[in-house]
Design a protein around this ligand. Structure first.
Ligand code: SF4
Length: 483
């Protein structure tokens, strides 16, 4: 019988099926960080238990870490305590920790893939909703709550009900200036922030196959923003090429054997999904959000919806409230609106490919004097690569501030906050009220759209940026720079 990619992995990991209930699912890899693990460790110790398989657990510090002067003690007391607790807990339970100062430290969803820990066919969990990122490798990866973190610590298993399955097919060629962030913002704007609730989503189609691994991670990362349990993409030659030679990827002795297994990981012809959606890549434009959930997004050259025209009362009220918080008017465009901050980072868009795209666009240009621009690499490895490729110089010449690795201004949990009432174009994944700091107003967009706003100081269609000054007599248009 034809099977979905999801079921091929799920079936291999079911340890026991509870009658008329959930499955006991074996978990291959458990990522932890400083925010959601302390209570789970406490609960475990209260019951006199030890971590069952510490070698399957990997820890890092990301949410609470400062992004400047990481060599100094953390100033914020709560952050300092949480990071310290993680160190102590990992030591006590013999768990590998890539903490502050470690060359592998970074955002948990950036380091797993770049170190080759995330692999096709795995079940992966973390006490963090954006664990869906790892699904880009053809893994079942999803976020879990604190009590579930404790369950996985104690048993390396998790009680889970089989979700409904959705496939989103995107075929065709992406227009100029459109990147993976635009794809996922477009999908969420179409199906809403609750449109995939109860589903696990597989992304397929020629436009998805043409994406790099970094771009696929951006898409899977934001699956959770439409309510999905997780997102996944079948592994292929792009996946295998990305993985080969990474620190913890299978070595030469095992590589061929693993490759044979990974090549069987795809949805069979005729596999049945509970729901299928078809999208033409050519329809997608650079996207930006105007509201307080990632589903409230429009094409960059569109206008903010007029709430009266929305038939659903709940949705109408939601948009009115969102626009009040955002200080925006219905029926108006966002293009040309001044912004005070640009944040390029987070587990959605802080990988080397994102930063290369930004550098290609801003090379030879200067940021607008009224905008504060923060570039925050997702990991120490990305930060080293930025330097090795000289991107740091490009950013410095443009007037961008390059910080050290961490979650940074993705959420107001560390020192990098956006002041109340000010606008920030952010490459992160959430624009909820207060997400980047109390009263902060977040506009989600791609790294290209964020970089364009950094240059002009206003919301800008990256396709309209004037050609930059000639270099050595040969001018490059924006289109050339970003393609
Ligand atoms: S970057 Fe943002 S969304 Fe990603 S793990 Fe950190 S806080 Fe969560």
């Amino acid at each position: 019988m034809a099977k979905t990619l999801f079921d091929k992995i799920w079936d291999k990991h079911v340890v026991q099926q509870v009658q008329d209930g959930p499955s006991v699912l074996y978990i291959d890899k458990h990522f932890i960080h400083e925010v959601t693990s302390p209570q789970a460790f406490k609960g475990l110790e209260k019951r006199g238990l030890k971590v069952f398989r510490p070698q399957q657990v990997v820890a890092t510090a990301d949410h609470n870490v400062p992004t400047i002067n990481q060599h100094l003690p953390i100033k914020d007391e709560l952050s300092r305590i949480q990071v310290q607790q993680l160190i102590e807990n990992c030591k006590k339970h013999d768990i590998e920790l890539y903490g502050l100062g470690h060359p592998f430290q970074g955002i948990v969803h950036v380091i797993g893939p770049e170190l080759g820990i995330t692999q096709p066919g795995m079940t992966i969990v973390c006490g963090d909703s954006h664990t869906s990122t790892h699904g880009a490798f053809g893994a079942i990866a999803f976020g879990i709550g604190t009590s579930e973190v404790e369950m996985v610590f104690a048993s390396q298993c998790l009680l889970q009900s089989h979700p409904k399955l959705m496939r989103i097919n995107i075929d065709g060629e992406l227009p100029d200036g459109v990147v993976s962030k635009d794809i996922i913002l477009y999908i969420i704007s179409k199906i809403t922030s609750s449109g995939a609730t109860g589903y696990f989503v597989e992304y397929a189609g020629s436009a998805i196959r043409a994406l790099s691994m970094e771009a696929r991670m951006t898409i899977c990362n934001m699956s959770i923003e439409m309510g999905a349990r997780g997102g996944m993409i079948a592994p292929d030659e792009t996946t295998f090429a990305y993985m080969k030679g990474r620190q913890f990827a299978p070595g030469n002795g095992q590589w061929e054997e693993k490759l044979e297994q990974w090549k069987t990981l795809f949805s069979d012809e005729g596999a049945v999904f509970d729901k299928e959606i078809f999208i033409k890549a050519e329809e997608i434009e650079p996207m930006i959000t105007y509201g307080t959930n990632p589903g409230l997004g429009i094409a960059i050259n569109g206008t903010i919806p007029v709430a009266d025209s929305i038939p659903d009362e709940g949705e109408r009220k939601n948009i009115i409230k969102a626009l009040q918080y955002m200080g925006l008017e219905p029926g108006k465009p966002l293009l040309g609106m001044p912004v005070q901050h640009v944040f390029i980072g987070s587990c959605t868009n802080s990988r080397i490919e994102d930063l290369r795209q930004v550098a290609a666009l801003v090379k030879g240009r200067k940021k607008n004097e009224h905008v504060h621009v923060m570039i925050v690499p997702g990991s120490q490895q990305v930060a080293r690569q930025v330097k090795a490729e000289g991107l740091d110089k490009v950013f410095a010449e443009a007037g961008f501030e390059v910080r050290q690795a961490g979650c940074s201004a993705c959420l107001g949990m560390n020192e990098d906050k956006i002041p109340a009432g000010e606008y920030c174009i952010s490459t992160s994944n959430r624009n909820f009220e207060g997400r980047q700091g109390a009263g902060a107003r977040t506009l989600l967009a791609s790294p290209l759209t964020a970089a364009a706003a950094a240059i002009t100081g206003v919301v800008t269609d990256v396709r309209d940026l004037t050609p930059r000054p000639p270099e050595g007599g040969v001018g490059k248009t924006t289109k050339e720079a970003i393609n």
